[in-house]
Design a protein around this ligand. Structure first.
Ligand code: ARG
Length: 280
């Protein structure tokens, strides 16, 4: 008897996580700071709330803890909690937004964290948009630059967080934050695994990613174009936009369980499950 050509990996087991999320009470697309946003097309606020609530329910059903921060009127993008901070093993780097429209969110996230037993939230001097661009693999901090977070912030993150930083150059405006084109699937220090969409990165960065993650899951153009990489993995289950069916199959073949959610209304601001979720 011959071995099957494609060996399917054994199922992976996730670990319980603690997430911070922000209800989309004031969610709107009233300005355009990325190519997904079209302020001339009104948002269906009820639908956005329904999709966001289903995401919270999905996390809780998986055994995760979801904490909530109160949204502020006039900050329609505050629902994207991933941009609120970068948290690694209890050390927290605050954020500084590129665009004036989002600047005030930084203080609200900082205040919440300080009020919830985080001893310190370092105020950055360089622009960094939190876990949207600074992604921890368990051993390396992958740091995006090109549209929002500045290169100088990478050095600052390394100093504040005390972790080795790898700078990654983003080149496609549709993939303006690192978490729109790269997904950390496994953050165990000895066997990190990511999925990513190579054309969103400069040629040199693509070579870096190939060297560091030779086993990575390579996403297709269709997976990327629905913001399918904006998913949230607990090491076992991966919560993904429902359109990312190819990616879901690729993850299942690696032993992950894809869990699909509909985030169509949030995508109209350029976001998905991961953007709405800050891992604490
Ligand atoms: N409209 C928001 C912005 O452009 C979307 C942020 C999405 N967040 C993320 N982590 N990718 O800033």
């Amino acid at each position: 008897m011959s071995l099957p050509l494609q060996l399917v990996s054994p199922p992976r087991v996730g670990t319980a996580r603690r997430y911070l999320m922000c209800p989309p009470w004031y969610f709107a697309v009233s300005y355009a700071i990325n190519p997904w946003m079209d302020p001339t097309r009104p948002i269906d606020a009820t639908l956005a709330m329904k999709q966001w609530t289903a995401l919270v329910d999905t996390y809780r059903a998986l055994g995760h803890t979801v904490e909530l921060i109160n949204p502020e009127p006039g900050l329609p993008d505050m629902v994207f909690a991933a941009n609120g901070a970068t948290v690694i093993d209890g050390t927290v780097l605050g954020v500084r937004f590129r665009n004036a429209e989002r600047a005030a969110e930084a203080q609200h996230y900082r205040n919440w964290l300080l009020a919830h037993s985080v001893p310190d939230v370092v105020i950055p001097s360089a622009v960094n948009e939190g876990a949207g661009d600074l992604m921890w693999t368990g051993s390396l901090l992958l740091a995006g630059a090109g549209f929002r977070t500045e290169q100088a912030a990478h050095q600052e993150a390394q100093e504040v967080l005390g972790v080795p930083v790898v700078s990654l150059q983003l080149v496609d405006p549709r993939y303006y934050h690192l978490d729109t084109c790269l997904l950390v699937l496994d953050d165990s220090p000895d066997s990190p695994l990511i999925a990513y969409y190579p054309p969103a990165f400069s040629p040199g960065t693509q070579r870096v990613l190939t060297r560091l993650f030779p086993d990575a899951v390579i996403a297709s153009t269709a997976d990327a174009a629905c913001l399918g990489l904006n998913g949230v993995s607990d090491g076992g289950s991966v919560v993904l936009p429902v359109e990312a069916q190819n990616l879901g199959r690729a993850l299942a073949a690696r032993g992950f369980e894809p869990i699909f959610v509909d985030v169509s209304e949030l995508r109209r601001a350029g976001g998905g499950p991961k953007c709405c979720t800050l891992a604490l």
